[in-house]
Write a protein that binds this ligand. Sequence first.
Ligand code: NAD
Length: 522
Amino acid sequence: MERATATRSAPPAHGNGAAADAPVIDVHNPADGSLVRQVPVDPPERVAEVFARVRAAQPEWEAIGVAGRRRWLERLRDWLIANDARLADVMQEETGKVRAEAEQEGPFICGTINYYCENATEFLAEESPTPHILPLKVKRLRIVYRPFGVVGIISPWNFPVILAYDDAIPALLAGNAVVIKPSEFTPLSVMEIARAWKEEIGGPDVLDVVNGVGETGGALVDEADYVQFTGSDRTGKVVMKRAADTLTPVSLELGGKDPLIVLRDADIERAVNATATGALANSGQICMSIERVYVEEPIYDEFVGKLTEQVRTLRQGEDGRSYDHDIGAMTSPAQTDIVADHVEDARKKGARVLTGGNRKDGPGDWYEPTVLADVDHSMKVMTDETFGPVIPVMKVSDADEAVRMANDSRYGLSASVFAGTTDQGEAIARRIEAGAVNVNDVLTTYFAMGVPMGGWKDSGIGFRHSSYGIKKFVHPESLVIPRIKQGKRDPLWFPYTSVRRKFVNRTTRFMNARGIRNRLGL
Ligand code: NAD
């Protein structure tokens, strides 16, 4: 079934004033395939209008300072707390997530708001560096952090709220206006928060949403002063090329193929439980999902046996507001095709399917939680991003082979290491080529706001969280201001005369040479 396609059809009741034959996005419920709502596509002219409007409101937003902006964002936090259950309903319909996972996104963004509200003043504080040479001691040096203007955010479908607002919050707090283009599969929860900002919170006109696919996304890149993109590396490269036309800076949070290493002395029970959650949460549709597991030979059979047992107990299905399922639907039909293709490829090349390995019959998009053994790097499931509920487990002879295999990837988003001691785990972690590594844990690097989260290699450029996550949305403005009363002309200015040049040359030699004889030219 085609879902989330831009089609021509009758205007939806909630339109943005679009004409009767304007294209719309059909948003479907992945759990049963039903049509949830139609959303008008915003053509480039409307994207330009939205940018012009928020751009006009941005200077006042910048002028009220961090303290003023903080008050508005704290109101948004209070709204998110009060409306979490309703927001989770909206998100479940458009993503097919189980309840426990849909409920995580609003509270996560409240945490982002609190973290940046408490730290933004320090992260964005002006700096007064000491002049590095004597003649500059007569100047006061200042670094002031100024917002770019309007930040354009392009976000994916797997965590619609987190992956749009986790960047929108620091961008706003830094003094920018923000325009978000959510995924065409999951625009509704992002739109609901922007609607509440305007209509219920009465926030300044510095936050808006535009909808569509490539044409709308391209127009957003053209209009934005800074582009924050989260999605596949394929689209990320398209965005970066387009941004080059206007020399617009970009931050790209892209795909991953995260490895998990289990060493022979690790707590096997904990490693099994962590692997199941890290690989299968959100149906494996997390950029930092565990996508490949390397286990040392002496514990391989025990690990694989226990993991298979555990995965067989997981409950897959639609659970409304109850908590009686663990694994939900696949959000994008195209992704389900990729998952099926990777499993078939592995099966053909000799992998054993220990559980799962099939699409589920019936309406909607479902793929069974799957464990694969006897895999190797000739299989797509070990090299390409699967982004689904599949756990391939490979046997390795020792820790060195595990590290070599883990690093044998074009991606480098994050990783996990399970070891008998944390020292041993940390030593291995320091050899992994990835932006973030968990020791005896999974996924936690994303929740630890104090450390930057971003990819190496094809997993991206730039970071979110910590001071990096807000400083990327400002550029430094350097100010050099006299400390003392100045004369009519400085020694370096025109006209160049022999007397002044001799003075300047002696002074620069004195400053730059080392050793008193050398400084004096003796
Ligand atoms: P995608 O690249 O297909 O789409 C991402 C966004 O780009 C969507 O909003 C889409 O409409 C938009 N887009 C499509 N064509 C465009 C164009 N020509 N110009 C501008 N925008 C365009 O990715 P997806 O399928 O939505 O998301 C899944 C991918 O995202 C996976 O690869 C996953 O690993 C990655 N991801 C990365 C992170 C991270 O933080 N590193 C987080 C979540 C997801």
